[in-house]
Design a protein around this ligand. Sequence first.
Ligand code: ZN
Ligand code: ZN
Length: 263
Amino acid sequence: MAYLYETHMHTCQGSACGASTGAAHARAYKELGYTGIIVTDHFFRGNTAVPRDLPWEQRINLFCQGYEDAWQEGQRIGLDVFFGWEQNFNGDEYLIYGLDKAWLLAHPEMEHWTRQQQFDEVHKYGGCVIQAHPFRDRGYIAAIRLGKQFCDGIEVSNAGNAAYNDAAALRYGKEFGFVMTSGSDNHNADNALKYPQGVTGVSLEKKLTSIHDWVDIIRTRQPIGLCVPDSRFDIREDAPHLDTYWMDENEELVPTGRDWLHE
Ligand SMILES: [Zn+2]
Ligand SMILES: [Zn+2]
């Protein structure tokens, strides 16, 4: 038996672009047959719903409201709800799993980490880092930054991407041997129910007992089933050329010189 999990989603309590409460999301995922969800609201350098001028403790309390709302509803209806977040640097975004609210309250310095610090510190405290939608090309992303030394794996498929973004990510992921996950980046529970084909995530052989099981799967490279049709990754002739960049040790851009979609 396989267990379905959402790995990437946003509530209106934690994310400025979120359209649904944690509780509404929990009900939608339950209806869609999911075993659990990981709430990954936009953290403070991204599109957070939390005012930036409040004291740290208050900001963290507000940030966690969407997750807590989902968790409570999950308890009531029988859906497992786990905590994570999505941090933005310069259009490149990372999903953080395995650290909790108490940890955030005790570590206000994390708001100003570099990518390297984020990777090292999240590891030190037992978590992991997945680069979200690495090949997304959108107006708000000035350059496609591939943070390959700053993550444990990549989100190879994101339902908010164009298919060619995912096709490029699959080639990149295979070439560098990354652990690969899939997520919906769902911001709206009503849309999820109306268009369930846009709700993806992963399928796992064992039920997660905590977020640490998920971190373990990623860090020890256990199998992860992607809830995405294979055709999503087809290379199409009309795919655009994507300029992509590595980052050096100062986290400055270095062109990859690669064309991930036409070779
Ligand atoms: Zn968003
Ligand atoms: Zn997201």
